[in-house]
Design a protein around this ligand. Structure first.
Ligand code: SAM
Length: 303
């Protein structure tokens, strides 16, 4: 078990995050190469021995990338923050394993510190103190008041430090246009259903506050300067390796369970056939499955 600062923490979005550990781990594996590049790019601008926060760390894919990037340039501290104990433990184990591994050689020591906390009610600055880099990927949109959450993250940034907020980009694709079963173009209809699910998720989030405008505006309004963004691709072309294959089947399962009621019945039948290992249309047997996603990282510096 990781050293938790609290016994209980929960999220506000109605999602059972602990049940998503396998999916998050699978996605981490597929995102690893791209995130390694992002982590190196982000730590390049930091002073010696920085503290880096990975807020809403999930299964710890980026935590590992940050540990490796820091260890390659003199070491530092990576603080992992999440509200889901199972995910925080998994991330801590992965990050510590990476720290131990890189520590074997001539590379520098990286400390890993886990903190169990609900970011909707606790301030990141109070949890971990000033950080030269705060990374928060796809967590702020799970918090009731996104604008207040951004302000809370900015408070945790040391003067001269950076906030890197990964939110949005292009919705991921993994299916060919015409699967040969059902109507062509299923991917786009799945994405449309997911967009509806997202609206519902925000509405069902307890005490949800609507944030109008883009993330860059929230960063600027929070007092950051040099606000900009870049996007990174996660690109695994067909034919899929075992990791992409497993991820794609689990992803389609998520669509079936999460947004099945938002699909046309004919599409739902297609999805069920694609998920049936005994059906010749089973997705897990196809060689034309892939993964292509673009993730946007919004950046700002604290003056
Ligand atoms: C979509 S996952 C993102 C995981 C990881 N950052 C990534 O990009 O792969 C969202 C994460 O936010 C965490 N989370 C959700 N609500 C939270 C809250 N109120 N406080 C802290 N963490 C929260 C969940 O436990 C989960 O690990």
């Amino acid at each position: 078990m990781a050293a938790h600062s609290h016994n209980h923490a929960h999220t506000h979005d109605g999602i059972d995050w602990s049940s998503r550990l396998t999916m998050l781990r699978q996605a981490d594996e597929l995102d690893a190469e791209a995130r390694r590049v992002v982590a190196r790019r982000l730590v390049r601008a930091l002073p010696e021995q920085p503290t880096v926060l990975d807020v809403g760390c999930g299964a710890g894919g980026m935590s590992v990338a940050l540990v490796e990037a820091l260890s390659a340039r003199g070491g530092g501290t990576v603080v992992l923050v999440d509200a889901t104990p199972e995910l925080l433990d998994a991330a801590t184990a992965a990050a510590r394993a990476a720290a131990a591994h890189v520590g074997d050689t001539t590379t520098a020591t990286v400390r890993v510190r886990p903190v169990l906390a609900d970011l909707a009610t606790e301030r990141a600055a109070g949890i971990a103190g000033p950080a030269q880099l705060v990374w928060a990927s796809n967590v702020v949109h799970h918090l009731p008041d996104e604008r207040a959450a951004v302000v809370g993250l900015i408070e945790a940034v040391a003067p001269g430090g950076w906030l890197a907020l990964a939110e949005g980009g292009l919705s991921g694709k993994f299916l060919p246009y015409d699967l040969g079963v059902g109507e062509p173009g299923l991917q786009d209809r799945l994405s449309a259903a997911r967009a509806q699910w997202f609206v519902r998720m925000r509405e069902n989030t307890t005490d949800s506050v609507r944030m109008s405008g883009g993330w860059n505006l929230a960063l600027s309004a929070g007092g950051l300067v040099d606000v900009t963004a870049f996007s990174y691709l996660v690109d695994h072309p067909a034919p899929p390796g075992p990791a992409v294959r497993d991820w794609a089947v689990n992803q389609l399962k998520w669509y079936d369970e999460g947004v099945g009621d938002l699909l046309h019945p004919a599409d739902r039948r297609t999805v069920r056939r694609l998920l049936d290992p005994h059906d010749p249309a089973f997705l897990g047997l196809r060689d034309d499955v892939f993964l292509l996603t673009a993730n946007t990282v919004h950046l700002g510096r604290k003056p």
